[in-house]
Design a protein around this ligand. Structure first.
Ligand code: AMP
Length: 396
């Protein structure tokens, strides 16, 4: 281990030696996508500088941060990072666990590997949530296609079969309406998988929260999310019609998760609202798309909050500044001039080439009144305008 990059001796300082030399803390971010890019943009005002690790030639983060072009399981990575980072974090949740463990032995890694290990595997994740006493969809493991029928008999149909690992944005999923379809669905999906009973939710909510090094927890307000084809399209923040008791229950459940992981950093819990209950759909042990509104719509953005948490700095206020709506740019880009001409439009482009289903950027509007948010969306160019108005009107 290089003498420059030692494990922290103090609970509040990622590297006392680096801090003596300079007040800048260097954060290695595993993954160089848009989340890493927005983390990197939040660093400099806090005296933090990000270095992203990504095997691509020009990942979104590389425009705004130093880039180490390696994959996380590259055997040379630890020595390449030696002396260049004071601590590590990650912006992707599907990471090779053994490689992470190697890095964790050499560097300070926050959040811990355990959170990725559990959240990156739907069976471990659901079991973890159930063991914490939280509600989830009924689920059963499918280790081979001929176990699929029994699994769906257990969960009930309709059901969704999901691969245990590597699924995202609705990928690696098959919906079935009848148990007779279970076997074929499992054959067309990679096993191991799980079957999940279909939850008849009234809306999809999520909560983003952070836990600091000292164990203090800050929760953002519940937000409402609209998905189409398994991809997040629009977030309204705060969600409307949220009683203080619903917010308190969401905060209690995410705090239980944070404490069970002894977590440090930002986490997101995707929730289904069913009557007055909250079911946990999945966890993201990182900053999350449903928290992008916080850049302009909250006193502390989720990206700043994550950096504060992992660097042992005091956490900031998660309070909303008003009402916000975040619209994702999926698959195709939008006319930049037309968006920027709309009053109060905050455009975030990720420097990604258009491809169907790909997240290319997002737009946030913040206003005092919800009606103003709708009026701003109505000024977006087509076809984004019509789709986003429909998504907005689908929220409560
Ligand atoms: P996921 O990849 O698990 O987040 O699933 C993507 C989307 O599919 C969710 O945001 C929901 O809209 C829907 N979905 C996933 N699981 C279920 C379930 N068990 N019941 C109902 N809808 C679901």
């Amino acid at each position: 281990m290089s003498s420059d990059v030692s494990k922290p001796t103090s609970p509040t300082s990622p590297s006392s030696k680096a801090t003596e030399r300079s007040s800048v803390v260097r954060v290695g971010v595993l993954g160089g996508g848009q989340l890493g890019r927005m983390l990197a943009l939040a660093g400099p005002p806090l005296g933090l500088r990000c270095v992203c690790v990504d095997p691509d030639v020009a990942p979104p983060c590389a425009w705004v941060a130093e880039h180490v072009q390696r994959s996380v399981d590259d055997p040379d990575l630890p020595s390449l990072l030696d002396g260049r980072v004071d601590l590590l974090t990650y912006e992707v949740e599907h990471l090779p666990i053994e490689a992470l463990r190697r890095l964790e032995r050499r560097f300070v890694l926050r959040p811990s590997v355990r959170a990725v290990e559990i959240a990156g595997d739907r069976l471990l994740e659901k079991t973890f949530l159930r063991d914490l006493g939280l509600r989830t969809a009924p689920f059963a493991a499918i280790d081979a296609p001929d176990e699929a029928r029994a699994a769906v008999e257990q969960t009930g149909a309709p059901a969704i079969l999901k691969t245990r690992r590597w699924g995202y944005d609705g990928k690696g999923q098959r919906r079935i309406t009848h148990v007779d379809e279970a076997h074929d669905a499992a054959v067309s999906l990679a096993v191991p998988a799980i079957a999940e009973g279909f939850v008849r939710f009234s809306r999809e909510l999520s909560i983003v929260a952070a836990r600091g090094l000292g164990g203090d927890v800050r929760c953002y307000p519940l937000v409402e999310n609209v998905h189409r084809e398994g991809i997040l399209r629009l977030t309204r923040a705060p969600a409307s019609d949220v009683s203080s008791s619903l917010q308190a229950r969401a905060e209690a459940l995410v705090t239980r998760i944070l404490e069970a992981f002894d977590y440090v950093g930002v986490i997101a819990a995707e929730l289904f609202e069913v009557g007055d209950e909250l079911f946990v759909n999945e966890l993201a042990p990182r900053v999350h798309n449903s928290g992008h509104w916080t850049i302009e719509g909250a006193h502390t953005s989720q990206f700043e909050q994550h950096l504060r948490a992992i660097a042992g700095l005091p956490l900031g206020s998660p309070a909303a500044r008003g009402a916000s709506v975040m619209v994702n740019l999926i698959g195709e880009l939008v006319d930049r001039d037309a968006v920027l001409a709309i009053e109060g439009a905050h455009l975030h482009l990720y420097d990604k080439a258009p491809r169907p289903g790909r997240k290319l950027g997002h737009i946030t509007f913040v206003a005092d009144e919800v009606s103003v948010l709708r009026a701003r969306i109505a000024q977006l160019p087509e076809p984004l305008r019509s789709a986003s108005l429909a998504d907005f009107d689908a929220t409560r």
